[in-house]
Write a protein that binds this ligand. Structure first.
Ligand code: PMP
Length: 444
């Protein structure tokens, strides 16, 4: 089995040219276009275990795992068999079916949520949880943190326009981070700084009575990995003193950091949680859940409307059941993921040190970001600190390891995801490629 990436990727280039003629930017989700690292995105022909194979036949050790879902590795036999069996029974009913009950029973058992509602993406999960929070509280405002991503619903596409940002307790309206989001929508979203408990406390003291929910990534993956401090977690739990609901967005961390996600790992007590990615085992599923008294506000039990033609889709439920079932049956997977990713972190650290390349690694379990900047490991805690990374040095690293058959996340500000299919051989290949990348490092 060889891992090789040809110097030219002619089929990917041809497919990308055709794609650009029919799809904006040639991709169906922006980060896939390699804009921040340059070069041609690889078009993937198939995936197996820890590997992706592109349209030119090059194989890569995959550190994206479809951006999180593929925790068991690609094309896992149990997931494939479950989807194949479901397929024989028809692909969509638009009526309730047993697999939805089974998956909801499994999710409630693993997470302690009393009720769960399935949707088809993480975006729908967060959007619906926020509507529910507004419906329950009768309040208009929501609060999110700079550099956290919760999907692309209008009110969540607000970010760090520096002059408009709320920092260190100062209040400010957040700017839309996308064209097409009216300022009036963005004005209902307040933004505070991640890992700044004083800023959160003072914003809550002033506006808490108007804020329906605070939504947060319990371990951030979308600014690169950022780890919450205990003080910040304590401040998050204090928001409930104002009657504000605390929503943990576990779309990325759910079933990845433990069987009960970051909530289990960090001892969180959120009112509502959102899931995606692993819960669907690589098929489109999202979910939100929490205590029955809150969730029973959702239609048809209550007045908060939310629906979906393909919600609870039998193939997607089958993939989720097989994936979560395998994790529950083999909880040792979490130790295995932690060990692999720990060795990866240690190997990257020493390779960068040998080459004299500045690097700062943040890691929780199988989520890791190696920021290209010379501050101690674990010290990058805010979006602003993450943003100080040398993106040109990262681009060099990315292209160098890609050419050596390692598919890293194509942005400095993303987590990588390790799967249970990654083993010693993949670790060795990855560290050999990283050694070369750092030795030839600097900028492109
Ligand atoms: N929340 C978080 C924390 C995410 O990481 C993502 C996607 N990366 C989403 C929400 C949105 O999920 P989806 O892309 O499935 O809509």
């Amino acid at each position: 089995m060889t891992v090789n990436a040809p110097a030219t990727s002619t089929r990917s280039e041809a497919l990308f040219a055709r794609a650009k003629a029919v799809t904006p930017g040639g991709v169906n989700s922006p980060v896939r276009a390699f804009r921040s690292v340059g070069g041609t995105p690889r078009f993937i022909a198939h995936a197996d275990g820890a590997y992706l194979t592109d349209a030119d036949g090059a194989r890569y050790v995959d550190y994206i795992g479809s951006w999180g879902p593929m925790i068991l590795g690609h094309n896992h036999p149990a997931v494939r068999a479950a989807v194949a069996e479901a397929l024989l029974g028809g692909t969509s009913f638009g009526a309730p079916s047993e697999r939805e009950v089974l998956l909801a029973e499994l999710v409630t058992r693993l997470t302690g949520a009393e009720r769960v509602r399935f949707v088809s993406s993480g975006t729908e999960a967060t959007m619906s949880a926020l509507r529910l929070a507004r419906g329950v509280t009768g309040r208009k405002f929501i609060l999110k943190f700079r550099g956290n991503y919760h999907g692309h619903a209008d009110g969540l596409l607000v970010e760090a326009g520096s002059g408009l940002m709320t920092t260190s307790g100062e209040l400010g309206a957040a700017a839309p981070s996308s064209a097409g989001v009216p300022e009036e929508y963005a004005a209902l979203t307040l933004v505070s700084e991640y890992n700044d408990p004083a800023a959160l406390d003072s914003l809550m003291a002033e506006r808490g009575h108007e804020i329906a929910a605070v939504i947060f990534e319990p371990v951030v993956g979308n600014a690169g990995v950022l780890i919450p401090t205990p003080e910040f977690l304590a401040a998050l739990h204090r928001v409930r003193d104002s009657g504000t609901l605390l929503i943990a967005d576990e779309v990325m961390t759910g079933f990845r950091l433990s069987l009960n996600g970051a909530t289990g790992l960090l001892g969180l007590e959120p009112d509502l949680r959102c899931w995606g990615k692993i819960i669907g085992g690589g098929l489109p599923v999202g979910a939100y859940g929490g205590r029955a008294e809150l969730m029973e506000y959702v239609s048809p039990s209550g007045p908060v409307y939310q629906a979906g033609t393909l919600s609870g889709n039998p193939l997607a439920m089958a993939a989720g059941l097989a994936t979560l079932g395998a994790l529950e049956a083999n909880p040792g997977i979490y130790q295995q993921l932690d060990r692999y990713t720990g060795q990866l972190a240690a190997g990257l650290r020493s390779a960068a040190d040998r080459a004299g390349q500045p690097l700062s690694i943040n890691r929780v379990g199988s989520m890791l970001t190696a920021f290209h900047q010379g501050v101690p490991d674990g010290s990058i805690a805010t979006y602003q600190q993450a943003a100080a990374s040398d993106t040109a040095a990262f681009a060099h690293f990315f292209q160098s390891v890609l050419a050596q058959g390692i598919y890293w996340a194509p942005s400095q500000f993303e987590s990588i995801f390790v799967s249970a299919a990654h083993g010693d051989l993949e670790l060795e290949r990855t560290l050999a490629a990283a050694e070369q990348a750092y030795q030839t490092g600097g900028t492109l």
